[in-house]
Design a protein around this ligand. Structure first.
Ligand SMILES: [Zn+2]
Ligand SMILES: [Zn+2]
Length: 419
């Protein structure tokens, strides 16, 4: 069983809060309850036990931390050796009693893997377009160099942990909904599962018996041209170190900042360009935007079929090959390292209407004569004069009490999930 599967059993994310875990457990336990729901279904019974065991671990902060860090091994105190399937473990976790021969502490402890550190890293769209090498310094935990992670002075021997009597694990009683459902084994918090502690006077001077120290470490982050937003750059083995543990990874998650001029969707870019009424009617040729690498992009509205085109707000053109580099691990690249292929650049035009003051500066009669004429009346037998005020289209339908907002939201949710 993979690390993380206790969360899957309950159907929650690994970031779930205790409240979410409790709610998920209640829902699942109701579904699989062997007495009330599934009296003759041994599978449902087993499932019910698994769910309860998963809940016991995840609802307990200490047990959950051990599980997150060490997986099921953290709960079985380094058992997990040959002959112990996850089902066995659950049985021991859940059934109550019969701990004999399980784990037994000490011998054959498997090398654990440290947890990964996930660090969000904010980047600009320019950086994702052009690529960037970021040098940074992080503080990380390393195995103490003075005592090589023993925590003791040279020549001293650690003694058996008093809390777990050298077993590395302790048992705790657990109850679900007030009923005692058995025992759980968690790694001993006093010796962190090692079964050994060091006398105060024997402790290493450098790490004070902690076995690890903090150290500044330089890291280099390669942001490649075209990398997607939310991309995970994994630096293998750069996570915190613990004795007898394979360090986890440091994972940088790219978070793209919003850009003033461009929106990104995959390899495509979108820019909004505002043009004047005169430009919309009569055409224009000018540098309309600055690309992410600083190049100006000239746009000649007459450089298309017929040469005449009146632009309306919402009109769109596409410039092929001026989008983001198409980033793939094995994409063909230029000497600079940037992928050869690029997506497209869409331009969405918006026509700026002149403000009212402009009318005072022109001959309105002459202008009216030049512009296309107004429209005639619609035919109607009764005509009322409109009394109106400025408004906002967002208010359309707002005054209608017949809408039940909550119900409406729920329907929407369901539809989204089903798509
Ligand atoms: Zn030390
Ligand atoms: Zn202990």
């Amino acid at each position: 069983m993979e690390n993380g599967s206790l969360y899957e059993l309950l159907g929650v994310k690994s970031t779930a809060t205790t409240v979410e875990i409790k709610a998920a457990y209640r829902k699942k336990a109701m579904k699989y309850h062997p007495v009330s729901k599934n009296p003759n279904d041994p599978e449902a019974h087993a499932k019910f036990q698994e769910i309860a065991a998963a809940y016991e671990v995840l609802v307990d902060d200490q047990a959950r931390e051990m599980y997150d860090q060490y997986g099921l091994d953290g709960l079985s105190g380094g058992g997990g050796g040959p002959g112990f399937s996850p089902e066995d473990l659950f049985e021991h976790l859940f059934a109550g009693g019969s701990f004999g021969g399980f784990g037994g502490g000490g011998g054959g402890r498997r090398k654990r893997r440290g947890s990964d550190s996930t660090i969000p890293y904010e980047v600009s769209l320019q950086d994702l377009y052009q690529g960037k090498t970021v040098k940074m310094q992080i503080e990380k935990t390393v195995v103490c160099a003075t005592c090589s992670g023993s925590g003791g002075k040279p020549g001293t021997k650690p003694k058996q942990c008093s809390r777990c009597e050298g077993e590395g694990v302790i048992m705790t009683t657990r109850s679900v909904g007030g009923a005692n459902v058995g025992f759980a084994r968690i790694a001993c918090p006093q010796c962190k599962g090692s079964g050994m502690t060091i006398r105060e006077k024997d402790r290493c001077k450098k790490c004070k018996g902690e076995k690890t120290t903090k150290e500044k470490k330089r890291l280099e982050l390669q942001i490649e041209p075209g990398m997607p937003d939310e991309y995970h750059i994994v630096l293998h083995g750069e996570g915190d170190q613990e004795p007898e543990m394979t360090p986890g990874d440091v994972i940088f998650v790219l978070k793209c900042k919003e850009h003033d001029a461009f929106e990104r969707a995959g390899a495509d870019l979108l820019a909004h360009v505002r043009i004047t009424l005169s430009e919309a009617l009569l055409g224009f040729s000018r540098v309309v935007l600055t690309h992410l690498d600083g190049r100006g992009i000239r746009f000649d509205s007459r450089a298309q079929e017929g040469g005449k085109k009146i632009y309306k707000s919402g009109d769109t053109v596409v410039i092929r090959g001026e989008g983001m580099p198409i980033w793939k691990k094995d994409a063909p690249r230029r000497a600079s390292g940037a992928p050869v292929e690029k997506g497209d650049l869409f331009i969405l035009f918006e026509v700026e209407m002149p403000d009212e003051g402009w009318l005072d500066t022109v001959d309105v009669q002459a202008l009216r004569a030049m512009l296309p004429p107004g429209k005639p009346d619609l035919q109607a037998s009764i005509v009322d004069e409109a009394k109106f005020e400025p408004s906002d289209i967002a208010l359309f339908g707002d005054g209608d009490d017949a809408w039940e907002d909550d119900e409406f939201d729920e329907t929407e949710d369901t539809q989204c999930r089903n798509q």
